[in-house]
Design a protein around this ligand. Structure first.
Ligand code: 13P
Ligand code: ZN
Length: 270
């Protein structure tokens, strides 16, 4: 008898949602995660049953047709994921060019995929083009990045440069920078399309006055990406109102680029 709850991707997902809640990034039902699953891996741990339910998605994503995703449910509380994964998570397969999500497991109380399903799926499609090994899209509401969008210009280059200067590791962890969307209505195809566009050039996209999106090859990597940007935002908020006496210079960042073999976003260093 296969037990999907012991599949490595499931264990990883439950641990990550729990860690995100512990960080304070996911109050109430806030935040959502989607992980692109390998079909053979899914079949190793789940008897693919007759489809449990078919949910119209309201968008198209032909590149993702037939792909399997582990996702959080709309309205699911991250703090409860570990206690009732079958209710709060779901395994779905996209069909009809992305217009339908076939529920294969989970969402057991009749729930739907996260309300941010369009932003997740469109971001997967965009990131897959930039990096064929991308597997994860993660959204949450970390307080410092969110707070920063009230007091800092939303210009992407300026926003990125400020974060890069806050800790030495920032330019190494996100050399591609942080893109920023102005406040928009969440849960819509419009914000999904706008986010996916931003995801073509960076793995982080801040939603002003709302939260952040991160993308990566694995859950740890994506968690770490958000964690690093959030820490930088925290430092910014600690010092923004104080006279700044020292900083990391652009020449310093060039040394980091060389030492850690990363390439900063074109035109972002002076
Ligand atoms: P869901 O509960 O539908 O995932 O929504 C949470 C959220 O963060 C909306 O942006
Ligand atoms: Zn949100």
């Amino acid at each position: 008898m296969k037990n999907v709850l012991s599949a490595p991707f499931m264990v990883d997902m439950i641990r990550t949602a729990t860690d995100m809640y512990s960080q304070g990034w996911d109050e109430r039902n806030s935040g959502n995660i989607s992980v692109l699953l390998d079909e053979t891996e899914v079949k190793k741990h789940l008897d693919i049953p007759a489809i449990v339910r078919v949910i119209p998605t309201g968008f198209e994503a032909p590149e993702l047709d037939g792909k399997y995703f582990l996702i959080t449910g709309a309205g699911s509380y991250f703090k409860n994921v570990q206690y009732d994964p079958k209710k709060n998570l779901g395994i779905v397969r996209l069909a009809k060019g992305g217009a339908e999500a076939e529920v294969l497991w989970g969402l057991s109380d009749g729930g739907r995929p996260t309300s941010e399903f369009p932003a997740h799926m469109m971001s997967h499609a965009a990131r897959m083009k930039a990096d064929p090994e991308n597997r994860v899209v993660m959204h949450c509401h970390p307080a410092n990045l969110l707070a920063m969008t009230y007091v800092h210009t939303l210009d992407e280059r300026e926003f990125t440069r400020t974060l890069w200067r806050m800790c030495t590791e920032c330019v190494i962890v996100f050399p591609d920078g942080v893109n920023v969307l102005p406040w928009m209505l969440c849960g819509t195809n419009e914000i999904g399309e706008a986010t996916a566009k931003e995801m073509e050039t960076a793995r982080l996209c801040v939603w002003a006055q709302h939260g952040v999106y991160g993308a990566g090859r694995g859950l740890d990597e994506t968690f770490g990406l958000i964690e690093t940007a959030e820490k930088a935002a925290e430092i910014y908020l600690k010092i923004a109102h104080l006279p700044i006496l020292n900083t990391i210079t652009d020449d310093g960042m060039r040394l980091l680029e060389k030492r850690f073999s990363v390439k900063t976003r074109e035109g972002y260093l002076e």
